[in-house]
Structure formats: C-alpha cells, structure tokens
Design a protein around this ligand. Structure first.
Ligand SMILES: *Cc1c(COP(=O)(O)O)cnc(C)c1O
Length: 426
C-alpha cells in the first residue's frame, strides 16, 4: 500500500484499525497536556486501566478475609497463578502444562540453568549472541564460574560480521556446528534488545538440539511481540519478563516454559520448594517432595498474588485480542513508522539508518542517528515522544500495537522534523 505523510491519511489508517478501541484500555502519561507518543512499550508497557481493579480485589480480600483468602477469596490465592497459565500458553505457543509464572526473569534463567546447564567432560560450553543483554552476560559468566570454568573459555559468543548490525542465521548455525561436541547449552535472546532483530528460533533450536545440547531462549523482548511456537519448535526451556510488551507492571513476574518431555523426568534436577508440590497434599506438610506434574513443579515459594493480579488483567486483554491480530497491526504500524522516518529523512536531509533488519523485525525499529546527537533525543522527550537512547547513537522506537496509533506516528514525524531543524539552526 502507498502510505502518505499526512494527518488525514494517518487518521484514515486509525479508522480502519480493528484494534483502535484498545488505546482507551490503557493509561497514557501526559506531556504538555496531551497523551505522550509512547515508543517504550519494549521497556515498560503502559498500565491497563483494568489492572488496578485486579489489584484492589486482592487488597480487599486481604482486608476482609486475611488468611482465609488463600482458600475462600473469590479468586483463591493458593491456585491464583493457575488462572494465568492457559492464557499465557496461548501467547507463547505452549501446552498449558508447560508454562508457569514465578520469580523474575534473571532468577528464573538461573533456576532453569540448574536444570539445563549441567556441564560434563568436554561438553561444558554455552553459546550465546555477542553483546547479549547485560543481565544475561552476568548470568552466564557467573554460572560457568560456579561450575569451575573460565568465562573466556566456556562462553562462545556469535559475532555479527564486520560492518553489519545484525546476526546471520547461517553464521549462528556454523558456530553451533563448529562447537557441536563441546556445547552443553545454547541460550540466546529471541528478539535482541538493541537492534530489535528476531532470531530464527525454530532453525537455531533444531540445529542446537541436534548436537545434544539443551536450547533455551530469553524471550524478554519476544513475549507478546512475536509469534512464538515454543512447543512446536521443540524448545527445551524459555523465560520472559512480563513488564515489557506484556504490560504487567514494573519489575513484575516472569513466565517460564519447560518442554513437557522434562515434566516428571527424574533425570532433570531442579531446586525445589513447597509450592512445587501437589496442592492436594501440600498442607499435610510431609517431608517428601511430591511434584506437580506440570511446569508448576519448578515453583519455590507461595505466589505473590498482588503482583500476579495486574499480569492477569493484561493477559485477559491478550486473550481478547489474540496474537495474530496484534501482529497484523504491529506490521502495519511499524511499516508506517518506517515510511514516516524515510519521508522526514528526505525533507531535512538527515541520515537516519534503521539497523533493524527488514526481514527479521517485529515491533522495534532501532535507528542510528548519524547526523544528530543526544540533544535530539532530549528534544523528543521534552515534546512528548517517549523513546530511549542507547550508546553510542541509537534511539529505539517500539510502537506497541495494543495502544499506539497511526496518528502517533504522523505526529512523531512532525516533532522529529522540528527537532532536527531546531538543532541544526535551519
Ligand atoms: C529486560 C531484559 C531482562 C531483564 O531481566 P530482569 O531479571 O527482569 O530484570 C533480561 N534479559 C533480557 C534479554 C531483557 O531484555
């Protein structure tokens, strides 16, 4: 379709958008008296208007029922987390019994490595992408040191080619092949936080598993953003935070996927706690651990229901809309954003370079600003465009399809143009 850089055209796209009413289901921060243009749903999703009601329900039950809320609240707390599993399974393409919600992301990846990083003999290496999200780097380094290895030796990072901003699947597959006898684990980010690239999770999982290594994915930027088929891809395990595209609230709980072949598998060790035991016998307080036969067996502590509540509120929205509709809008709005960037680039003769590969992108465009510096970013923020800045010179723009409008993209273009003209004194 031919796009136009006009308010009228953007409005037409909004009118034709089947998800247009969902904008009103979220709270928008205000700058200069109007809704911000929010590009950081990849960092912290907006608050669903329904979230506070879900939280208040728990607060009320706690006020009025206290300990009895565990069993007698309308949504009892002892199995509250189960309300999330089926909905979440649909978002990530899993069987219901393969997912659970617990802890936070980095904690969960460490716990999953207890199960799936068990180096032995010459199979002790972990493969990941170069410059992974810092928490993942620290996590992998500390894991290999914990097992007595040196990070420089035990962690293999797949590099991008010189001068390129993205990974080539063929390069990843080749590094896997080169190290096939040494790999204990492949653990990568499904969508890279910096360049927004979606890795070929199906291919990499297949190649990785064929070597005999376990394959896990950090889906922080993928959950609620891309079509995942964790079960069909035969992924071993995965985890994701819920506060980015999944709009569950700052620092909130993490989802976990464990392939059903490992449920009830005595060969797979894990760290255990009382919330992993069968709930029917849990309160008999027996000394023997009697695992739930789902991914819930990996839970340690009783679930923080006040935190689960806004995640459940958000999942109800995902359930209503479905990933396919979200992805259809995502592709359209990102294409329109790309078009707007190109138009403004022409008008002001600037030099934006989109470093997100066109054939492997989802909601995010990472834009390298060759001409402008951090002052442009500051101008955008002061004028109601919430984006973020990554060194050395990259802004990340993620128009989350749930609540961003095509008119937002048009308005962004106008503010961007003003900002560049302002900075260059034209
Ligand atoms: C956001 C993000 C994290 C954050 O981890 P927390 O434990 O939730 O703080 C980890 N890994 C990646 C790839 C991320 O994008």
């Amino acid at each position: 379709m031919d796009f136009k850089n006009s308010q009228e055209f953007a409005l037409k796209l909004d009118k034709a958008d089947p998800l247009r009413t969902y904008r009103d289901a979220f709270h928008f921060p205000q700058v200069n008296g109007s809704d911000v243009i929010y590009f950081t749903g990849n960092s912290l999703g907006l608050q669903p208007k329904s979230a506070s009601g879900f939280v208040e329900e728990i607060m009320k039950d706690w006020r009025e029922l206290a300990v009895e809320g565990h069993f007698y609240a309308e949504k009892p707390w002892w199995d509250y987390h189960e309300r999330l599993n089926a909905k979440l399974a649909r978002v990530v393409g899993a069987q219901e019994r393969e997912v659970t919600v617990m802890n936070t992301l980095t904690v969960n990846l460490h716990l999953l490595m207890v199960s799936f990083y068990r180096p032995k003999g010459k199979r002790y290496k972990i493969l990941c992408e170069e410059k992974a999200f810092p928490s993942d780097q620290y996590m992998l380094q500390s894991q290999v040191r914990f097992h007595g290895y040196a990070p420089d030796d035990a962690i293999i990072e797949v590099a991008k080619r010189p001068g390129e901003h993205f990974w080539r699947t063929e390069d990843i597959l080749q590094v896997i092949e080169e190290h096939k006898d040494e790999l204990a684990l492949i653990l990568m980010g499904g969508v890279n936080y910096y360049n927004g690239q979606v890795l070929d999770m199906a291919e990499i999982t297949k190649a990785g598993r064929a070597t005999g290594a376990f394959v896990g994915w950090d889906l922080a930027h993928a959950a609620g953003n891309v079509k995942l088929q964790l079960h069909d891809w035969d992924v071993d395990f995965a985890a994701w935070c819920s506060y980015k595209y999944m709009n569950s609230g700052p620092g909130n709980l993490s989802g976990v996927f464990i392939n059903e072949r490992y449920l009830n598998d005595p060969e797979i060790p894990r760290f255990e706690g009382w919330w992993g035991t069968k709930k029917e016998t849990r309160f008999l307080m027996q000394p023997r651990f009697d695992p739930i036969d789902t991914a819930d067996a990996w839970q340690l502590s009783n679930a923080p229901v006040i935190a689960l509540a806004p995640y459940l509120a958000s999942l109800e929205l995902f359930e209503e809309v479905g990933m396919d509709a979200l992805i259809a809008k995502r592709d359209r709005i990102v294409s329109y954003l790309e078009f707007i960037l190109a138009e403004i680039d022409k008008e002001v003769e600037s030099t934006f370079e989109i470093i997100t590969p066109a054939d492997a992108r989802a909601c995010q465009l990472s834009v390298f600003l060759h001409g402008e510096g951090k002052s442009l970013f500051e101008y955008l923020m002061a004028n109601g465009v919430i984006t973020d800045w990554r060194e050395p010179n990259v802004i990340r723009l993620a128009p989350a399809p749930f609540y961003c409008s095509f008119t937002d993209m048009y308005r962004f273009g106008q503010i961007l143009k003003m900002g560049i003209l302002d900075k260059t004194g034209n």
